[in-house]
Design a protein around this ligand. Structure first.
Ligand SMILES: NC(=O)c1ccc[n+]([C@@H]2O[C@H](COP(=O)([O-])OP(=O)(O)OC[C@H]3O[C@@H](n4cnc5c(N)ncnc54)[C@H](OP(=O)(O)O)[C@@H]3O)[C@@H](O)[C@H]2O)c1
Length: 315
């Protein structure tokens, strides 16, 4: 197949593009350098090929408080990116199935995280703009499918983890931040301080499991919104204890700062629909996934754990 992947330079996109290529597909990898999606004309460079699938992963966001401090820019940039990709799909690639990424943040914290509720209620305030641009992306898929008969799939990942994350100093998703802090504690004796009492629960999906599920669903399921989650959540304490075991750091030395805000107590996607669509979907056990993720951290030690301030500035 001929496949175009937007966001192919990102954490998920790099893993997806490599898996597609390993299966023998011809993959066009797009990032902001070779195709700035805020500019509609940049996609015309890819008009010459008729793609079978378009995976649309590109989004302008980061973990931590990024969404809280950039809501206006995020609205403009992500609306431009999504509108340009959807317009190009309709005008130049209507034969392709478009597989887009939503986010669990789009769900209202007051409703069950089940697909029927994706457009209902109000997303959490701190992620409101990002969440709403993802809802609008889904609304665009529905609209183009309804009017022009285009085929889509909208996938909602829970937090992804695994090797190949960013090393450029940006804020990290919670599990990477946890690993980074515990390794720093081990290497430099820095205190490991976690926000909250550690009893808040989260779920994780190993990035390669997500890629496998996405590719299977893309092959056989049309015009659906599907959550891809672990089906099970764990406390931050549990994740920390597993990481401590693997890194060789005493869990009892971790301090919990209960004065800090940590968001929802619990957040777990319903995976009933995924279970019906992909009954054989197998997940990497958490301890095995964390092991390979931690090994990747050690392989990036020079970039992620510079010893001196000068090295930190250079990293
Ligand atoms: N990671 C998760 O846990 C998670 C969870 C739920 C949903 N998702 C969704 O999954 C998708 C991929 O996530 P990710 O973690 O891989 O994100 P990521 O690492 O931040 O990658 C974002 C990608 O978007 C590209 N991009 C940003 N602005 C662009 C622009 N103006 N033009 C073209 N490309 C642009 C980036 O290109 P450059 O590298 O050139 O900047 C990069 O390839 C996103 O849609 C995200 O919302 C991720």
């Amino acid at each position: 197949m001929k496949v175009l992947v937007t966001g192919a330079t990102g954490f998920l996109g790099a893993a997806l593009a490599a898996s597609l290529e390993a299966k023998g597909h011809q993959v066009a990898r797009l990032g902001s350098r070779n195709c700035d999606l805020t500019k509609a004309a940049s996609l015309s460079a890819f008009d010459g090929v008729r793609y079978d699938q378009i995976y649309h992963l590109a989004a302008w966001t980061q973990a931590g408080d990024f969404c809280l401090s950039h809501p206006g820019e995020q609205w403009i940039v992500n609306q431009q990116i999504n509108t340009n990709v959807l317009a190009w799909w309709r005008d130049s690639q209507p034969q392709a199935k478009l597989i887009a990424m939503g986010t669990s943040c789009s769900y209202s914290p007051n409703l069950e995280l089940v697909e029927e509720n994706y457009l209902d209620g109000t997303p959490i305030d701190s992620l409101f703009t990002y969440a709403m641009t993802k809802r609008m992306l889904y609304a665009g898929l529905l609209a183009l499918s309804r009017q022009f008969g285009l085929k889509y799939l909208c996938l909602i990942p829970s937090t992804l983890y695994g090797p190949g994350y960013h090393t450029d100093g940006r804020q990290m998703h919670f599990i990477f931040d946890l690993i980074r802090k515990i390794i720093r504690g081990k290497l430099y004796g820095e205190p490991v301080v976690l926000w909250g009492d550690g009893r808040q629960a989260r779920e994780l999906v190993y990035v390669h499991d997500f890629v496998a599920a996405a590719m299977h669903l893309a092959a056989g399921v049309d015009n659906e919104l599907v959550n891809i989650g672990a089906g099970q959540e764990h406390s931050i304490r549990h994740f920390a204890a597993l990481i401590c075991d693997e890194v060789g750091y005493d869990f009892e030395r971790i301090e919990f700062d209960t004065s800090r805000y940590v968001g929802a107590k619990s957040k777990c996607l319903s995976v009933a629909k995924l279970g019906r669509l992909l009954p054989d979907f197998s997940r990497t056990p958490l301890d095995a996934g964390l092991k390979t993720t931690i090994e990747w951290f050690w392989s990036q030690r020079e970039k992620l754990f510079p010893e001196t301030e000068a090295e930190q500035a250079a990293a």
